[in-house]
Design a protein around this ligand. Structure first.
Ligand code: UDP
Ligand code: MG
Length: 152
């Protein structure tokens, strides 16, 4: 049960629809801890860097436009297996296939407006956290609290 960190974005539609609090709550009530949080207006360069793996795909330009069209809320979660766990809380990429009870399954309709990003691997998490946060902006919870929340 490794303690990991992952990068979450509540994207433009989440901010526009007033769902940021709801989204944060879903991760917090699972026991994951927010250790960094900011409202950001991403530049096109930041968006392209974040989604570099998708460059050249048919949806890439629309994706960059989507996540740069208004401020988004970026946050870092810490917790046991949080990379996989946060992806489960978020749900499948296409909201129509996302399980009810997941964020996308409860609040989204289309793949082009699917509310949330979550890192998909340890390498992605490290790379993406570095794009959006300086290490000095991440405030780890005290070890005593961390161990109280997790028992294997
Ligand atoms: N996306 C899209 N059309 C597609 C596939 C992806 O608009 O056919 C967007 C969608 O916002 C998705 C993002 O590109 O969240 C990144 O795609 P990925 O496959 O990495 O999905 P995710 O990791 O967000 O579930
Ligand atoms: Mg992805």
């Amino acid at each position: 049960m490794p303690i990991e960190r992952t990068l979450i974005l509540a994207k433009a539609d989440a901010v526009a629809r007033g769902l940021v609090g709801e989204i944060l709550t879903r991760f917090e009530r699972r026991g994951f801890t927010v250790i960094g949080l900011k409202l950001v207006q991403p530049t096109s360069a930041t968006a392209k860097r974040h989604y570099a793996e998708h460059e050249g795909k048919p949806f890439f330009d629309g994706l960059v436009e989507y996540i740069t069209c208004s401020p988004l809320v970026a946050f870092v979660l810490e917790g046991s297996d949080v990379i996989e766990g946060a992806r489960a809380v978020i749900g499948a990429t296409n909201p129509i296939k996302a399980a009810p009870g997941s964020i996308r399954g409860d609040f989204a309709q289309t793949i082009g407006r699917n509310l949330v990003h979550g890192s998909d691997s340890a390498d992605s998490a490290a790379r993406e956290i570095g794009i959006w946060f300086d290490e000095s902006e991440l405030l780890a919870r005290p070890p005593a609290l961390a161990s109280w929340l997790i028992a294997s």
